[in-house]
Design a protein around this ligand. Structure first.
Ligand code: ADP
Ligand code: ZN
Length: 843
């Protein structure tokens, strides 16, 4: 193969790779999948070698500077996968590779300043009077001839040292250069190893050799006792000795000091061994199907639909054990690892040192170490959130995606905007591996895939150990309010006190209150959900709870305080807020928004003796805080766990017998076509936290929309019913799974300019739309301005009936994008265009 040229994918938002020369000295080291350092403009960038072109038409090609990997970072399989991601999600390959790279491995390039002048002391004198910053820079460099720009900024006590540096450089006194270094390195420690002579001197001291001092003897004996290397700091600590004594012993060759790589993270504390569990017949059947597919060695995707507490995790564990037995490896994706400490612990207790965990609260070094353990084949199971789908395992046999319906599997805030569940399916197909998507509330898309035979459906319809699903009661807060108002009026009349005012409505209904009281008496656990995720204010009728909806889109309208109107974020429809409720003619129209903190105070006042833990983003921002709260609650050190959706997921506490949902409406009313689905999922999940043992559970859901279908089906544990109704709604409006959505976002500081860009791209797409896809908008985004950037959305609906593979849409999108980027408007840097394929949030 010709290896004179190499194509490099660089982490730039450009849809192409770059060709570089392979210098003869590097020829044997340049290999597909390895990271290399290349010049790019005035910078040095690290990129990935992806292929070797025969020739290039470019007039001048720069050489690769260096190879950064001793072994390819990416296997050919990972190159294939990342290329697919870059094409499907319309992202640059380099960006995908960067996302798939171990955190901390991407070389960081730091500007450094090097002293080149020889007569520096003369120059210092020369600059002292006239140029303060130059003087400070030169004085610093006189002590240490290579310093980073930030170090020099500190020394010069000024942020703006660049002009001075440029001046010095132009005179040839200093040179500014880029230094690249990896952000993370393997961590090493010094260890002491007892030598043979050392061992001998303890047992049969040779009369000819000098005697050991008591301190020296203590150290050698300690080493002999442990019979394995000990790190120097621990050795010194254990023997209350000193480092110099250890060094003296090393000089006498009684012990050796060596370096050992240490793995950062929590690998050393083994979890308790797992109890052995016999699967029930449903579990056993699911497991057999998965094992059968694995041994057939063909790619298959299973949707494991198991109600909460039906033992899905146990099926994953047994399937992984089987994969390992056959020499394969496995990836387990969980929605958010810091939120699922219980799940992680279970995997560790079964597989111990074979598991590496990767999550966002780990330090860069810890993550880098976990990545390397997988890359070196020292561990065989990786568990983590969406990015763990890029784990550098070879020979993958099984990929598990737990809670496959979770939106957090979609990366939405930066490119590549991939969906880890869908990437899992593609990775498995490249590897001929098996995928298990598990959920109690599968996404409409996945369930439809299972019904049409694209996936294979496995069901766990019963809870393990004869535990029963909890009874669910729905409380109509509208009726509750009305009754309160009636009572108030009556009382006012009776007392004749016409100045009396009705206080704010309590957040806890009388039913929920009495249930909480009962649990507090019995000392059983209570979980309360207050899902304050709405930034937007919903405007509702105080009497009947009616909320205004869009005429065209079937989403609720959002109130905009600045313009004092209601708006649809799909089509842009605008309405004045009603002064009279169109449904019940009530005149009290209210805005609605309350959070966990307020509820916490209210609960504490209502139940003064209750011990309440609040769990939300604010109370869990510190590392490990989440785990600590859960442990406290699990031990029974608190009565009520109150939180946002964090409390809905994956928790398995046998002592919880009551779950309360303060308001089911916040999620339901979000202007997103998935809001019903998300409501159903959330309610089912949170209800699933109750009654997971011999103690039966109860659930109380408070709402202003008691007849909403997501609630109705959630209250009867009727997934099939919900799915049928949801699917019909999706079909009528051509939403996924009947279409594929692409969200195009335009943002910039100048609202009018942003609107022009969006309209321009809409105009480019319009001529090809109609039969295969529809273009909706542009319209303001649900949050029209974030951090002073205006946002406009275009939604493209690709109809699967006429464009099943999406190829028609893709080609239209790419040509529109290229035409836009080549246009004068597209060259304007004031507006950014973001393309999100299969968006999970439309806001
Ligand atoms: P899911 O993942 O479906 O919510 P889990 O796998 O967490 O359910 O199982 C719930 C609880 O039941 C766990 O504590 C688990 O150890 C236990 N369990 C699972 N399968 C069995 C079984 N076959 N027999 C007894 N207990 C089981
Ligand atoms: Zn609309």
């Amino acid at each position: 193969m010709n290896r004179k040229l190499a194509n490099i994918a660089l982490p730039l938002p450009l849809d192409r790779t770059f060709t570089y020369l392979v210098p003869p000295a590097l020829e044997s080291a340049v290999e597909a999948g390895r990271r290399v350092l290349v010049p790019f403009g005035r910078k040095k960038l690290s990129g990935i070698v992806v292929s070797f072109p025969e020739s290039s038409s470019l007039p001048s090609i720069k050489p690769i500077i260096d190879v950064l990997d001793a072994r390819p970072t990416f296997s050919s399989e990972m190159l294939k996968l990342t290329q697919w991601i870059s094409e499907y999600y319309i992202a640059s390959w380099g960006d995908v590779l960067k996302a798939a790279s171990p955190q901390g491995a991407t070389a960081r390039s730091t500007p450094m300043v090097r002293l080149v002048a020889v007569n520096v002391h003369e120059l210092i004198v020369q600059t002292k009077r006239t140029a303060r910053i130059q003087y400070a820079v030169l004085s610093a460099l006189a002590e240490q001839p290579l310093l980073s720009v930030s170090q020099l900024q500190k020394r010069a006590k000024s942020k703006t040292i660049l002009p001075a540096l440029q001046e010095l450089a132009s005179r040839g006194w200093i040179r500014i250069e880029e230094q690249t270094r990896p952000a993370a390195k393997p961590k090493k420690e010094n260890i002491a190893v007892l030598s043979e002579t050392g061992r001998l001197i303890l047992t049969e001291p040779d009369p000819g050799t000098p005697k050991l001092t008591p301190k020296q003897r203590r150290i050698l004996e300690e080493l002999q006792k442990h019979d394995e290397p000990i790190s120097l700091p621990s050795l010194v600590r254990m023997t209350r000795g000193s480092l110099s004594t250890v060094k003296t012993l090393a000089k006498r060759e009684l012990l050796k000091i060596e370096q050992r790589e240490i793995v950062r993270g929590e690998y050393d504390n083994p979890a308790e061994p797992a109890p052995s569990i016999t699967l029930n017949p449903h579990q056993a059947h699911a497991l057999q199907s998965i094992i059968g597919a694995m041994s057939a060695g063909a790619h298959r995707t299973f949707l494991l639909h198991g109600i909460t507490g039906s033992g899905k995790t146990q099926v994953y564990i047994d399937a992984i054990r089987e994969a390992l037995k056959n020499g394969k490896t496995a990836i387990v994706l969980v929605p958010e690892i810091s939120l699922t400490p219980q799940t992680v612990r279970r995997f560790k207790s079964h597989f111990g040192a074979d598991v590496a965990v990767m999550h966002s609260q780990m330090s860069v070094g810890e993550r880098y170490d976990a990545w390397r353990l997988a890359h070196n084949g020292r561990i065989r199971i990786v568990i983590g959130p969406r990015s763990a789908i890029f784990a550098p395992l070879e020979n993958i046999g099984l990929i598990v995606v737990d809670e496959e319906h979770e939106a957090s599997y979609k990366q939405y805030d930066s490119a590549p905007r991939y969906h880890a569940r869908d990437v899992a399916v593609v990775r498995a197909s490249i590897n001929k591996a098996v995928v298990v998507l598990g959920s109690a509330t599968p996404s409409t898309e996945s369930y439809q895939n299972a019904l049409t035979g694209k996936y294979e459906l496995l069901s766990l319809p019963e809870r393990v150990d004869d535990a029963k699903l909890p009874d669910i009661a729905i409380v109509d807060m509208g009726t509750e309010r009305k009754r309160r108002i009636e009572e108030f009026k009556k009382e006012r009349k009776e007392k004749g006190d016409w100045t009396a005012k009705l206080g704010p409505a309590p957040s806890v209904s009388s039913l929920l209150k009495s249930h909480i009281d009962q649990r507090l008496d019995k000392g059983e656990g209570i979980i309360l959900l207050q899902n304050r995720r709405g930034f937007s204010h919903v405007v509702e009728c105080f009497e009947c709870g009616h909320v205004e909806r869009c005429d065209n889109c079937d989403v609720s309208l959002t109130y905009h305080q600045t313009k004092r109107h209601l708006r649809c974020h799909y089509c842009g429809l605008v309405k004045p807020p009603p002064s009279v409720c169109p449904k019940c003619h009530g005149t009290e129209i209210r805005h609605h928004a309350f959070g966990t903190q307020q509820i916490h105070e209210e609960l504490q006042a209502l139940f003064p003796s209750a011990r309440i833990l609040r769990m939300d983003l604010d109370s869990t921002s510190r590392k490990g805080a989440h785990d600590k709260l859960l442990t406290q609650f699990g031990r029974g050190e608190a009565d009520i766990l109150l939180g946002t959706q964090m409390v809905a997921k994956g928790l398995d506490f046998p002592r919880v017998t009551l779950v309360g949902v303060i308001s089911a409406d916040t999620q339901m009313l979000l202007p997103d076509f998935r809001s019903s689905e998300r409501t159903f999922q959330l309610l089912t999940q949170v209800a699933g936290r109750a009654g997971r043992s011999k103690l039966s559970g109860e659930v109380v859901i408070q709402t202003l929309q008691p007849s909403h279908y997501s609630l109705r089906y959630a209250s009867t544990h009727d997934f099939a019913g919900f799915f049928a109704e949801e699917l019909a709604y999706r079909k009528e409006l051509d939403y996924p799974p009947f279409s594929r959505l692409v969200l195009m976002e335009f943002k910039g500081e100048n609202e009018e300019l942003v609107a022009r860009h969006a309209a321009y791209v809409a105009g480019l797409l319009q001529p090809r739309s109609g039969k295969h896809f529809l273009v909706l908008g542009p319209a303001d985004a649900a949050i029209p301005r974030i951090k002073n950037l205006y946002r406009k959305h275009l939604v493209v609906k690709d109809l699967k009936s006429t464009d099943p593979s999406g190829s028609y849409l893709r080609s239209a999108l790419l040509s529109a994008r290229d035409a836009y980027l080549a246009s004068p408007l597209g060259k304007n840097r004031g507006v950014q265009m973001i393309i999100d394929v299969d968006p999970q949030g439309m806001m």
